[in-house]
Design a protein around this ligand. Structure first.
Ligand code: NAD
Length: 517
């Protein structure tokens, strides 16, 4: 594995994370396998090759699954609070390594250092949440219709949980899944995005040490690397009862069909097309902060990024002018430099997607009011830095209906009541995050009601991006319907069992059925 050197302490961060030249691409904790095929990781920050990581072969995959299955036998019989203590130790290790891991996330994925640290903080938060949860994996009890009978529900672990993750949250999404799956008694096999394999290796180092220190088997946490072909090994594998897949709707449709074919369970966290409704009663200052951060944060590469601003005609010009003014202040550049607001896109394919979107919005009748463009020259050598753009558009445009994973914001005008804005907001195939900016209680409550937003996340006077781990996270429609993280999302990592116990000497049948012998 080759590691390039840049400023901002990346080399030191890699050393702190234990990433050295001998690391391979597939791991069951501390045993690393090697193979012929490689995937390459280029930093979008400076365009340098960071690492060549070996892709998991079919033979190695078999070894990983066997190791995971073996580890499961031991892990599932540990009391849940003890499993929680391992997750607590993992959270402690993350606290110590927050800075180097945040830095690696920033360098390999391209988000700002602050957001890289924020992502590691989310990992720590979900560990804390999971530790408490490890003492609360509760089921209901019900009253039986039969005398002398007791009835209740309990939850058991599923087995091996397969996690397929996207490039834009290269470490947090794994932690949301794995921290909960572990306390539930499952073991995990993770395939990170082929665009951010080093982040996966760094996380694997951290958990492998925790497992070793506790004399626990390596297979509790396994890492496999590679592109969609390695993902397919998991989705077709009957030994993996649950596949949690985060990524594009295109990928989710294939994964859902493949896992459904074998009647496995899938947890899908897919693309969004998120909107903020701005009503005449909105606080314009708050609206601008929420909209600009939502649209340009992580260079528009969050699943919850704001893509559409649906503005009432009475405040349209005021909001438009304020947002355009705010865009003039944006600094674009190296995300490890805290003075910059906008970093690079993940790669040049993403840059092409951005350019195509801007061309399409013009072709379809839109009006670009903040010009986009690809930056070149000093500091922009990777070719991945683009200018956040704004276009006035119509919700019916094909390009507006589509999630472009880049900083392109569409302004859509509505007139009349808030119901019209809600219709526009809901008038897309995706259903992840939504928001309304208003000081009008009636509008806010209508937006949150069953005839309001159809998204998994609906906010009032907050933007669309950024979510706390305490709530269940996920979206409806083409976003896939999955829920991760807080609330009762843990239930998806377990199988439910209903138990009825007869403590009498009679055997009455349910529904009063008689079966006399
Ligand atoms: P992607 O769909 O290209 O890849 C995601 C992962 O799926 C990668 O690990 C990839 O190797 C794997 N994959 C692709 N095809 C597969 C197949 N046929 N079988 C098995 N695995 C396969 O997505 P991306 O470009 O990495 O990420 C961006 C997308 O992810 C955006 O659409 C974004 O909205 C979405 N996303 C959603 C959430 C959410 O919580 N809803 C969170 C983060 C990202």
């Amino acid at each position: 594995m080759a590691v390039s050197l840049i400023d901002f302490g990346i080399q030191e961060a890699l050393q702190q994370l234990g990433i050295e030249l001998h690391n391979k691409g597939t791991s069951t904790g501390s045993t690393w396998y090697s193979s012929e095929e490689e995937i390459t990781s280029f930093s979008p920050v400076d365009g340098k090759l960071i690492a060549e990581v070996e892709s998991t072969s079919i033979d190695d995959y078999e070894k990983v699954i066997e190791t995971a299955a073996e580890a499961y036998k031991l892990w599932r019989v540990q009391p849940a609070p003890l499993r929680g203590d391992i997750v607590r130790q993992f959270g402690e290790a993350l606290r110590k390594l927050k800075e180097p891991l945040g830095k690696l996330v920033s360098y390999e994925m391209g988000k700002s250092y602050q957001e890289g640290l924020g992502e590691v903080q989310e990992m720590i938060d979900i560990c804390d949440f999971a530790v408490g949860l490890s003492r609360q994996l509760h089921g209901f009890t019900m009253h039986s219709e039969r005398p002398g009978h007791r009835m209740y529900e309990q939850y058991h672990p599923l087995g091996i949980v397969g996690i397929i993750s996207a490039f834009n949250f290269p470490v947090a999404v794994w932690a949301w899944n794995t921290a909960l799956a572990w306390i539930c008694g499952d073991v995990c096999v993770w395939k990170p995005s082929e665009k951010t394999p080093l982040c996966g290796i760094a996380c694997q180092h951290i958990i492998a040490k925790v497992l070793r220190d506790n004399q626990l088997p390596e297979g509790i946490s396994c890492l496999i690397n590679g592109n969609y072909k390695v993902g397919e090994m998991m989705t077709t594998d009957k030994r993996i009862p649950l596949i949690s897949a985060t990524g594009s709707t295109r990928m989710g449709k294939i994964v859902a069909a493949t896992v459904g074919q074998r009647l496995g369970k899938s947890l899908l966290e897919l693309g969004g097309n998120n909107a903020i409704i701005v009503t005449p009663d909105a606080d314009i200052k708050m609206t601008v902060i929420g909209a600009v951060f939502g649209a340009v944060g992580t260079a528009g590469q969050r699943c919850t990024s704001t893509r559409r601003l649906i503005i009432h005609e009475d405040v349209y010009d005021a909001v438009k002018n304020a947002v355009v003014d705010a865009y003039k202040q944006l600094k674009i550049g190296n995300p490890l430099d805290e003075n910059n607001h906008v970093g690079p896109l993940i790669d040049t394919d993403a840059v092409n997607g951005y350019k195509n979107a801007l061309q399409k919005v013009v072709d379809q009748g839109g009006n670009i009011i903040v010009e986009g463009g690809v930056l070149s020259g000093d500091g922009y050598e990777s070719g991945c830095y683009v200018k956040p753009a704004i276009a006035e558009a119509n919700n019916s445009f094909e390009i507006v209906q589509h999630e472009t994973f880049a900083p392109v914001l569409y302004l859509l005008k509505y007139s009349g009541s808030v119901e019209n804005a809600i219709d526009i907001q809901n008038g897309v195939a995706q259903g992840l995050s939504s928001a309304i900016m208003t000081n009008n209680l009636r509008e806010a409550e209508l937006f949150l009601s069953h005839v309001g937003s159809d998204c998994g996340i609906a906010n009032v006077n907050i933007g669309t991006s950024g979510a706390e781990i305490g709530g269940a996270f996920g979206g409806e429609k083409e976003t896939g319907g999955g829920r991760e993280s807080g609330s009762d999302a843990w239930k998806v990592y377990m199988r439910r069992q209903t138990n009825t116990i007869n403590y009498t000497t009679e055997l009455p049948l349910a529904q009063g059925i008689k079966f006399d012998l």
